[in-house]
Design a protein. Structure first.
Length: 371
C-alpha cells in the first residue's frame, strides 16, 4: 500500500515515525511519502519537506508568511496526485491539513486523521469539515472520544497516547556515561525545555536562564529542539553556565530532578518521565490577546487538561517572570510538593491507557484501506 503522511511539527514527526514503524509490521509492502522530519525519515520512504520549513508561530507570523504557506499547499497537492496514495494520513497540524483534506476528498482520496486537532479548545466549527472530509479519526486523549461522539455524533477511535509507546521503547540511559559525555558533575539536573521554534525559544530561555545563578546546587541543561541547529544556541551558552543537549531529550528527562517546560507536548512527556515541572508560556502580545478571546480553556498544559485539575503550575504571559519562576522552581525541590505531583502523574498515566497506540492505529488504517 502507498501511504502519504503530513506532519508539520516535532511532535507530529515523533508520532508519525512510530505509526510508520507499526505500519511496516502490518504491511511489508508499505511505501511512504511524507511531510515530516528526521524521525519519520529514519523509517524509510521519501521526505518531501521538513517541518522546520513549515513552522510559523502565532497569528502575526502566519499572516506575514501567507505566500509561502499557499505555495506549500500547492506543492503538496501536486505531490499527492503524482504519488497517488491509497490513503492520506493527517497528523494534527490543522491549518495546513484541513485545506489538503478538503481538496483530497473532492479528488476521491481516503482521508484518515491521526492526532485530532484541538477543536475542543478553539475553532469548534471545524467539526463540519471533519464530518464532511474525514473517513476515520484516531484520537489520543480520553476526553476527545466523548467530545466527538456525544457532543457531535461523529464516531472516532480512541487508541491511547503514542508517547507511552515512545517512552517504553527508549533504551535505558547510562547515567555515568551521560554525565561524562557532557562533562557534568554530581549535582542534580534541572532540564530546560524552551520549545521548538526560534521565536519561542528566544522568549522562553531569556527568562529560564536567569534561574541558573539562583540555584547553584543544581546543573541546568537545555534540551535542544530537533529542528534547530547547535549554532542557534551558542549565544545562550556563552552568557550562562549551562549545558546544551541535542537529540537526547528523553535521556535528559530520565535523569532530571526538575524541569521548566514550554507548554506543548513536552509537558506530557515530562510528566510521563515523572519529572516535577513548571509549565511556561509567553507569546507575542497580539497573538496572545487574540488567543485569549477565542480559546475557552481552564488550562494550557496537556497534563492539566487531561486531569482537569491544576496538577502542574502554569506561568502564562505576564506571570512568566523571574520572581514567579524562582518561587515555583523552589516548590519543585520541596519533597512534599514533589510527592503530591508524583501521585498525580501516576493517575495521569492510568487515564491515558497502556502501550499500543501506534500499533492499534496502524492496524485500523491497514484493515480499512485493505477492505
Amino acid at each position: 500500500m502507498k501511504y502519504y503522511l503530513i506532519a508539520g511539527e516535532a511532535s507530529g514527526d515523533l508520532h508519525g515515525s512510530l505509526l510508520m514503524q507499526e505500519l511496516k509490521q502490518q504491511d511489508p509492502e508499505a511505501d511512504f511519502r511524507f511531510w515530516g522530519g528526521d524521525l519519520m525519515e529514519q523509517q524509510g520512504g521519501t521526505l518531501v519537506k521538513h517541518y522546520r520549513d513549515l513552522a510559523f508561530m502565532g497569528f502575526a507570523e502566519v499572516l506575514s508568511n501567507l505566500r509561502t504557506i499557499f505555495k506549500n499547499i500547492k506543492q503538496c497537492k501536486r505531490d499527492i496526485e503524482k504519488f497517488s496514495p491509497d490513503v492520506i494520513i493527517y497528523i494534527d497540524y490543522p491549518g495546513f491539513n484541513f485545506r489538503i483534506m478538503q481538496w483530497a476528498r473532492k479528488k476521491g482520496y481516503r482521508n484518515h486523521y491521526y492526532i485530532s486537532p484541538q477543536i475542543w479548545a478553539w475553532k469548534e466549527g471545524r467539526i463540519k469539515s471533519i464530518k464532511r472530509d474525514v473517513d476515520e479519526m484516531y484520537v489520543i486523549l480520553p476526553f476527545e472520544k466523548k467530545f466527538y461522539e456525544e457532543k457531535h455524533q461523529f464516531p472516532v477511535h480512541f487508541v491511547g497516547h503514542p508517547l507511552i509507546d515512545a517512552i517504553a521503547q527508549r533504551p535505558q540511559t547510562d547515567h555515568e556515561a551521560f554525565l561524562e559525555k557532557y562533562k557534568l558533575d554530581d549535582r542534580p539536573l534541572i532540564a530546560l525545555l524552551p520549545g521548538s521554534r526560534k521565536q519561542e525559544i528566544r522568549k522562553m530561555l531569556s527568562v529560564m536562564l536567569k534561574m541558573v545563578d539562583r540555584f547553584p546546587g543544581y546543573q541546568f541543561i537545555i534540551a535542544g529542539a530537533p529542528g534547530q541547529e547547535t549554532d542557534f544556541y551558542k549565544p545562550f551558552l556563552q552568557s550562562h553556565d549551562v549545558t546544551l543537549v541535542m537529540n537526547e531529550t528523553y535521556k535528559l528527562l530520565s535523569l532530571s530532578h526538575a524541569a521548566m517546560v514550554t507548554s506543548g507536548t513536552a509537558t506530557l512527556e515530562t510528566a510521563l518521565f515523572k519529572v516535577p515541572q513548571v509549565v511556561c508560556y509567553k507569546g507575542g502580545s497580539i497573538s496572545y490577546q487574540i488567543a485569549k478571546r477565542i480559546i475557552d480553556l481552564d488550562y494550557i498544559s496537556l497534563v492539566n487538561l487531561i486531569m482537569d485539575a491544576p496538577v502542574v503550575k502554569e506561568l502564562i504571559q505576564k506571570e512568566f517572570n523571574e520572581k514567579s519562576l524562582e518561587k515555583e522552581l523552589t516548590n519543585l525541590l520541596d519533597p512534599t510538593y514533589r510527592n503530591r505531583m508524583f501521585a498525580n502523574y501516576y493517575d495521569l498515566e492510568k487515564k491515558l491507557g497502556g502501550t499500543g497506540a501506534s500499533k492499534e492505529t496502524a492496524s485500523l488504517i491497514y484493515e480499512f484501506i485493505k477492505s
